[in-house]
Design a protein around this ligand. Structure first.
Ligand code: SF4
Length: 446
């Protein structure tokens, strides 16, 4: 496989959206965006999810690619909760269906959502939860930083109906933690995991990363073994995305400390072997779940879905993002909120929809988006007649290397080809094919 890792470790999008963000063109006008929300919700079969972004973190983890504001000033909590509530009210007044159509999933991410005190979590969430109708299978989930999470926060979240917590862990090795500026002793992760279980959370997820500075097979094995001891229901094992041109803090890493190419992929394969041996099921390209978890069930039933938040078993047509920099999606368009806090604040206070950028999907975008989603979740997708020949040409090398197969109109990833899923998806990316980026905008595929 060595030569394959060298051959295919090229810049490629992660395809959490199609078109990918650098290829977004024109944002929908406010009127059109509101129309898209209404149109999506008017379909009796449609469903929706909400994402809230809390950007604050007390310190910067140097690998981080999220939209964050680093501060220890907790006086910012309450005004921020009020801003999100105001943004929500603006939406609700223009799209009353948001209060009528059952909400399937609410996810709070960051940043650090547990930057907010228990009181401010209640202040933020209670009014919104009282104004929406919750689906019977409603799922509330939140990302928690074990270093900044208290039992009181977990208690109020549970009372508010949250039943999934996602713990940022990344790596248990002290030297790796030091290099990424995230000191998080095992005991802290253990404590929050057991508190979540004691309080009755249905699911605990760990986020791990492979490809960080100074990670070796030995450190990775230790991290995975410690993870298995704590037995989270789900594990997201993300590839470290090295994008120093977007995240300057990543320039602090020395090239020689970073595992790349085959060495990096070996870390994933080692973790994968250990997790499968411990009873986990591999889901998609970077998730694992216990067989009892709904993500594994969704994989079996071919109901896996993927959006900006990653793999999920909750298929929804509308994702409404609230908070600075949040991304929303409908079947017709993408929409991102202002990324600059002061601008977001000003526009929300004026009861404006704080659009920063977006994209109206063309017919071609919509069909490619569906195909990429199917391929990313099931590893197989049906091509149309015209695509078949084009796929045989574009994916010629991958077919010869036995990474993908085309049987009739069915394009299929082979077992050997799994690490190269992002590479194969390039075939569907008409926008990238038409216009190659002039500089590197995507992280490497492996
Ligand atoms: S990894 Fe999490 S805690 Fe660290 S800077 Fe990023 S968002 Fe904040």
């Amino acid at each position: 496989m060595n030569h394959l890792f060298a051959k295919y470790d090229i810049p490629a999008p992660r395809y959490t959206s199609y078109p990918t963000v650098p290829y977004w063109e024109e944002a929908p006008s406010t009127d059109l965006w509101i129309e898209h929300l209404k149109q999506t919700l008017s379909d009796s079969q449609s469903s929706w999810a909400m994402y809230m972004h809390v950007p604050y973190c007390e310190s910067l983890c140097t690998f981080c690619g999220c939209n964050t504001i680093i501060t220890k000033d907790h006086r910012r909590e309450e005004p921020y909760a009020e801003l999100i509530l105001k943004e929500w009210q603006t939406y609700l007044s223009q799209v009353p269906a948001l209060g009528q159509k059952a909400l399937k999933h609410l996810h709070i991410g960051g940043g650090t959502p547990t930057f907010l005190s228990p009181e401010n979590l209640v202040k933020l969430l209670k009014p919104i939860l009282s104004q929406v109708k919750l689906a019977d299978n409603f799922e509330g989930s939140i990302e928690v930083d074990p270093r900044r999470t208290t039992t009181e926060q977990l208690i109020v979240l549970k009372e508010l109906g949250f039943d999934r917590v996602s713990l940022g862990v990344q790596d248990f090795n002290p030297e790796v933690q030091r290099l990424v500026n995230r000191i998080q002793p095992y005991e802290i992760t253990e404590k929050i995991t057991s508190e979540a279980r004691r309080l009755g959370y249905r699911s605990v997820n760990f986020d791990l990363i492979y490809g960080l500075a100074k990670q070796t097979p030995e450190t990775m094995l230790d991290t995975v073994q410690k993870t298995v001891q704590l037995r989270p229901d789900r594990i997201a094992l993300y590839s470290f995305a090295l994008v120093p041109w977007i995240k300057p803090a990543q320039r602090l890493f020395k090239d020689e400390d970073l595992p790349t190419g085959k060495a990096k992929r070996d870390l994933y394969e080692l973790a994968r072997r250990e997790l499968i041996a411990a009873g986990y099921v591999e889901v998609g390209m970077d998730h694992f779940a216990l067989p009892t978890d709904s993500l594994s069930q969704a994989l079996l039933q071919k109901k896996l879905h993927r959006n900006f938040m990653g793999y999920t078993d909750q298929k929804t047509d509308l994702l409404l993002g609230l908070g600075v920099s949040s991304i929303s999606e409908t079947p017709y368009s993408f929409h991102q909120n202002e990324k600059v806090f002061a601008t977001y604040q000003q526009r929300v206070e004026q009861q404006d929809i704080p659009t920063h950028r977006g994209h109206i999907l063309s017919e071609e975008d919509r069909s490619r988006r569906v195909q990429i989603l199917q391929f990313m979740t099931n590893g197989t997708v049906e091509l149309d007649q015209e695509q078949k020949q084009a796929a045989e040409d574009f994916l010629k090398e991958m077919i010869l290397d036995d990474l993908v197969q085309i049987n009739g109109l069915q394009l299929q990833m082979t077992e050997k080809g799994k690490p190269f899923l992002r590479n194969a998806c390039l075939f569907f990316d008409e926008r990238l094919k038409r216009q190659k980026p002039q500089t590197q905008v995507f992280s490497k595929s492996l």
